[in-house]
Design a binder for this molecule. Structure first.
Ligand code: SME
Length: 137
């Protein structure tokens, strides 16, 4: 019979797959933009609970991607001034915007417990993941 997974259940399954299969993907989640209020809102995620469920556009790595529309790779979060710390175990981060019909509707956000793990291959892979996610909209 057809899958009855909701979109959020599918997004959570993607988070789970990425977190379980890529050892340096230690927190994996989606944020979604509210363009009226200029804020990002935490969606499905896997990893440590975070206080940062709402992030204003422009704030932190995530907020900057909401306005830049560009990937943001942070090899060492300690070297960033506009960064929102979720956990002291996090050493690096990658955020890749999610486009639906050319509009930046959110992002996938991945935190790592190691310094400088993310390569251009991660960027291409996460762009592919987001292109697949975009088909759910
Ligand atoms: N570090 C992010 C905040 C979100 S947590 O990583 C889950 C930032 O600076 O935007």
């Amino acid at each position: 019979t057809a899958s009855a997974l909701s979109r959020d259940e599918k997004l959570l399954a993607i988070c789970q797959l990425l977190n379980e299969n890529i050892e340096y993907y230690n927190w994996v989640g989606f944020y979604f933009a509210n363009h009226e209020t200029q804020t990002l809102h935490l969606g499905p995620y896997i990893g440590a609970e975070t206080d940062h469920t709402v992030i204003p556009f422009g704030k932190g790595i995530c907020g900057q991607v909401a306005v830049s529309n560009d990937n943001f790779v942070v090899p060492d979060v300690g070297a960033q001034d506009n960064y929102i710390a979720c956990s002291f175990t996090v050493k690096s981060e990658i955020v890749v915007p999610l486009f639906v019909d050319g509009k930046n509707i959110g992002q996938i956000d991945i935190d790592s417990h190691v310094i400088d793990p993310f390569t251009a291959e991660d960027e291409r892979f996460l762009e592919f993941v987001n292109a697949e996610v975009a088909k759910l909209y």
